[in-house]
Write a protein that binds this ligand. Structure first.
Ligand SMILES: NC(=O)c1ccc[n+]([C@@H]2O[C@H](COP(=O)([O-])OP(=O)(O)OC[C@H]3O[C@@H](n4cnc5c(N)ncnc54)[C@H](OP(=O)(O)O)[C@@H]3O)[C@@H](O)[C@H]2O)c1
Length: 300
C-alpha cells in the first residue's frame, strides 16, 4: 500500500470529508482543515495553508453544494467551486503533490438518454454545475497530478442528504410527492471512500485524469425515495423500529414541472463508471445494496 507523509483534507464537517478522514488516516498523517481554518473563498489562505503544510496529497471534498442557492449566490459558488480547485492545483504542481478533487454529474445538460462517460461534453444548465465545471477545468489545465472524481446523489448516515430528509418527512407525512423524471445514481459516501482509498494506494502518475465514481444502476428521485421507505419498512419489522407515517405505496411520483426550483436540474445525470473500474480494478456496489448497508448501520 502506498504511503503519504502529509495529507491535507478539506471539508471535514461535510458528508464526504467526514467519511474520508478515518480512512485516509490509514494512508498517512491527515491534517484536516475546516472552513474556520481554511476558507476556500480566500485564494491567499489556500496558498498559505499549502505552503505551510507542504502535503504530498491534497484531498478536496469541500464545496459550495447548495444547488438552488447557487443561482442567487453564483459569485461565491464560483469562488469556492471554480477558483479554489485551480489554486490547489497550482500549489500542488509546485510541490509535486497529488490533488484529489470531487465533482458532479450536474456538469452535464441531461439530454443524453443513457449514462454519461468521461468523454461526453460537459454543458451545465445551472450555476452550481457551471462552478463545478470551472473547477475541473482549472485542475485539468494545471500541471498537477490529479484525480477528478465525479459523483452523484451523495448520502450517508451523517450530514444533510436526500435519504435522511425522506426518513424525516416520512415520520410525519402520510404521503410524499417526489420527482420521477430526473434520473441519477444514489451513491453513499461508503462507495466513494471505498474507491478513493484503493485508487490512492495504487496511484501512478499515468492515472492523472477525470473519472466517474457512482454506485451501479440508476433510478429517479421517486424510485430512490420509494426504496428508502421500503427498506425502512423491512428493517422496522425485523428490528421492531417505530412505523413511519408514509408507507411505500404512498410515495407518489410527480413531474419536475410540478416542483419548480430556482435551479434547473439535468433530467439525466447518470454516470458510466467503466473507466474507474478498469483503471483501478475496482468493483462498485449496486445502489440498492449500498443503501441496504447504510440503512442497516443506521438501524443498528
Ligand atoms: N451531495 C451531493 O449530492 C453531491 C452530488 C454530486 C457531487 N457532490 C460533490 O461531492 C463533494 C462532497 O459533497 P458533500 O455532499 O460531502 O458536501 P457537503 O456535505 O455539503 O459538505 C461540503 C463541505 O464543504 C465545506 N465548505 C463550504 N464552503 C466552504 C468554504 N468557503 N471554505 C471551506 N470549506 C467550505 C462545508 O463546510 P461547513 O461544514 O463549514 O459548511 C462542508 O464541510 C463536493 O465536491 C460536491 O460538489 C456532491
Amino acid at each position: 500500500m502506498r504511503h503519504y507523509n502529509k495529507i491535507l483534507l478539506t471539508g471535514i464537517h461535510g458528508q464526504l470529508g467526514h467519511a474520508l478522514k478515518p480512512a485516509l488516516e490509514k494512508l498517512g498523517t491527515v491534517i484536516a482543515l475546516d472552513r474556520e481554518k481554511l476558507d476556500l473563498s480566500q485564494p491567499d489562505s489556500i496558498r498559505a495553508a499549502v505552503r505551510l503544510i507542504k502535503p504530498d496529497l491534497i484531498i478536496n471534498p469541500a464545496a459550495y453544494t447548495a444547488v438552488d442557492l447557487a443561482e442567487s449566490e453564483s459569485e461565491i459558488a464560483h469562488a469556492i467551486n471554480g477558483i479554489a480547485p485551480g489554486i490547489f492545483a497550482e500549489e500542488a504542481a509546485s510541490i509535486n503533490a497529488l490533488l484529489v478533487h470531487y465533482s458532479t454529474g450536474f456538469v452535464f445538460d441531461g439530454k443524453k438518454t443513457h449514462a454519461y462517460s468521461e468523454d461526453d461534453v460537459a454543458a451545465p444548465i445551472n450555476a452550481y454545475g457551471s462552478s463545478k465545471l470551472a473547477g475541473e477545468e482549472a485542475i485539468r489545465e494545471s500541471e498537477a497530478s490529479h484525480l477528478i472524481l465525479r459523483t452523484n446523489w451523495v448520502y450517508s448516515a451523517y450530514g444533510k442528504n436526500f435519504m435522511l430528509k425522506i426518513l424525516e418527512l416520512a415520520q410525519t407525512r402520510s404521503e410524499l410527492r417526489i420527482i420521477n423524471d430526473q434520473f441519477g445514481n444514489p451513491t453513499s459516501t461508503n462507495t466513494i471512500v471505498n474507491a478513493t482509498i484503493p485508487a490512492l494506494s495504487a496511484w501512478e502518475p499515468g492515472h492523472t485524469g477525470t473519472y466517474h465514481l457512482v454506485d451501479q444502476g440508476e433510478t429517479s428521485w421517486h424510485g430512490f425515495a420509494q426504496e428508502i421507505i421500503q427498506q425502512y419498512e423491512h428493517l422496522a419489522l425485523k428490528k421492531n423500529l417505530p412505523a413511519l407515517a408514509t408507507s411505500a405505496n404512498r410515495v407518489l411520483g410527480i413531474p419536475t414541472a410540478d416542483y419548480p426550483t430556482p435551479a434547473q436540474r439535468p433530467a439525466q445525470s447518470s454516470l458510466n463508471t467503466e473507466k474507474l473500474r478498469t483503471s483501478f480494478k475496482l468493483e462498485l456496489p449496486h445502489w440498492q445494496e449500498d443503501l441496504r448497508q447504510v440503512m442497516a448501520a443506521i438501524a443498528a
